[in-house]
Structure formats: C-alpha cells, structure tokens
Design a protein around this ligand. Structure first.
Ligand code: SF4
Length: 335
C-alpha cells in the first residue's frame, strides 16, 4: 500500500526533480513524493548509466581496459525487461564506445589542450547547497573535477545522447542556458576554484546490427549460394562491434564531442534566483496538497511513463500499479 512517505532526503531538490516539477507537477509528485517509479530503467538511461560507470572507473584510476570490462560486466545480470540477446548486443556496443572514447580523448598530442583531461581531481562528487528563503537544499553529483591540458580546473559533465551533438546542433545551443551547468558551477565553487565546464558528449550509435533476410525473400545464385546482399543469419555482437569500431575510428567526431561552456556572473545570479522561485513553488504545492497535471507534456517528446496509470492508478494509500515499484528515498542516485 502507498502511504505518503516522508523520505529522509525529502528536503533535497535535484536538477532533474526541479525540471520534472516544471514539466508536470503531478509527475514530480508520483516520482519524488510518492516514490513510485517504473520497475525498470528505460534503455537510454540504462545505456547512459553503464557508459558512465566505465568513465567513472577510469577517472578513479583504473586502466582503460579495466574500465571497459567493468562497464560490460553490468550486463552479466540484465534487467527483467531485457532479452539475453539484447543484453549481449548492448554490452558489445558499450564496450566498443568506451574503448574508442578512451582512445580518442587520451591522445595529448592530438586533443586541444582546452579539451584534454590531464588529471582527474575528483569523480562523482556529491554536493548540497542551501536554497535561500526555503527549507530545501539543491543537491546533485558532479561527474568529475578535472585539470585540463592548459592547467585550468574544470567541471566535467559527461552525457550520452541520441541528438545531433555537432557544434551547430540544438543540443549544443541549449547548453548555453542549461540550468544544471549553472547550478553545478555555483555548488562546486563553494569548495574550490572552478575555471570552466568541460561538457563531454557521447552520441549513441544509429547504426543497427544486420538482420537475417526473411526466408521468403532469400534468393540464391545458380550454384546455390545466397546473393551477396542477403543474409541467412543475424549479425553477431562481435561482428557488429567490429563494424561499429571501424565507423567510429573513421568518423570519431560523429560520436564524441567536447565543449567548453562559459558562464558569466550574471548567468549564475539568474540561476540562483530561478532556484529560489522553484523551491518556493514546490513548497506552496506541497502545502496545498495538490499537484497539477500538465497534459500538454504527456506525449511531448516521449510518452510519459505514468500515462497508463495517471488517470486513477496512483493515489495515496492505493496499490503500487503493475510495472512500477516503490522507492525508499526520493533520490536513489545520491547517497
Ligand atoms: S501522464 Fe501527463 S499528466 Fe500524468 S504525470 Fe505524466 S505528463 Fe503528467
């Protein structure tokens, strides 16, 4: 049964929680107040988490090979919504993406100094920042603090994305106003000097493994062999991995981009003001006990994970709907 939980970390607000609240108050209520979440992470989140794991392992001092293997090991016990063959293929893709990532970015003679990580100072650094005028703290985890090749200290934020990550794409344009970057600079500067932000993006491959040609569409030559452009079996993970690695090494900038994202003092002041406003709005919503639905967002970009149950399926004191689970804290990603 769901009762209204009093999570021990309820006074923390994270960037994604605030973003969710701004998108749809009801969605934020389900996920962060009731703690009702989908049983399994979506494929994009799972892929990103496992890639992150490999990069974190490297940042804390493991060899590139150990870091790649650690990330691939995450697929030893795939989640219940993932078939064994899917897990093997994704495991291979994660392994190839990380192997090529370390190769591409760890070349001091080829990578521009301002984008080269000369030293990992800290990894997965957690912070809390009091939000003035509210009972909340802004909380999060910075992927890394690094020393760049030109000697400056930077926040490293690594993301995986399916979007266009090239310099003229909207993904990069949005980074100029990204809330998370501003918040992380303000938080990190409470403890150390931060000169800039190194935004590190890994593009998820769009290449797909070849599938076997359906039997009814197969054609054979006179000597009984299959036409060269047809297949009698699916491509194996290893074969796909070789093809993917060849494409990455030929076009690495399609897969890996790093940007230095500037922030001026007035950007950070604006962020602090926006944060205070968001905290106030959340405080008011909690007091009123009513979290409004924003149905414009149910299908905006992607299908909301609560769409099947939003009408009546999640109520205080009701059962956890099938396909969901109840968390024991608001922010599982933070310790
Ligand atoms: S289904 Fe729509 S209204 Fe309901 S939580 Fe999701 S976005 Fe909000």
């Amino acid at each position: 049964m769901i009762s209204l939980p009093q999570f021990p970390d309820a006074r923390r607000l994270t960037n994604s929680q605030i973003g969710t609240f701004r998108t749809c108050q009801r969605k934020e209520f389900y996920g962060y107040v009731l703690g009702v979440r989908p049983q399994y992470a979506g494929s994009a989140l799972r892929f990103g988490t496992n890639v992150h794991h490999g990069i974190e392992m490297r940042a804390i001092g493991h060899s590139a090979e150990e870091a790649v293997l650690a990330a691939m090991k995450q697929y030893d016990n795939p989640p219940g919504n993932m078939r064994h063959d899917e897990a093997l293929m994704e495991r291979e893709i994660v392994g190839v993406m990380l192997t090529a990532y370390f190769w591409y970015w760890e070349r001091p003679d080829s990578v521009p100094h301002a984008l080269y990580v000369a030293e990992n100072i800290a990894a997965e650094e957690q912070f809390e920042l009091k939000i003035k005028g509210s009972r909340y703290v802004y909380a999060g985890k910075i992927d890394g603090i690094v020393r760049l090749g030109d000697g400056r200290t930077a926040i490293r934020e690594t993301k995986t994305s399916s979007d266009d990550i090239t310099p003229t794409g909207d993904y990069v344009r949005r980074l100029l106003i990204d809330n998370q970057i501003s918040g992380y600079i303000v938080a990190a500067r409470k403890h150390r000097q931060i000169d800039t932000v190194l935004y590190d993006i890994i593009k998820k491959p769009t290449m797909k493994p070849y599938k076997a040609t359906p039997v009814e569409k197969r054609k054979y030559t006179k000597d009984g062999t299959l036409y060269a452009n047809l297949r009698d079996r699916d491509e194996t993970p290893e074969e796909f991995g070789v093809r993917l690695m060849a494409d990455i090494t030929e076009n690495p900038a399609d897969y890996y981009q790093r940007y230095e994202i500037p922030r001026l003092d007035h950007d950070l002041e604006a962020w602090e003001k926006e944060m205070r406003d968001a905290a106030k709005q959340i405080q008011v919503a909690r007091k009123q006990g009513y979290m409004a639905r924003n149905t414009n967002c149910c299908l905006d970009g992607y299908r909301c994970q609560y769409l099947d149950v939003c009408h009546s399926g999640i109520v205080v004191g009701g059962d956890v709907p099938p396909g969901f689970r109840q968390t024991t804290c608001a922010h599982e990603e933070l310790s």
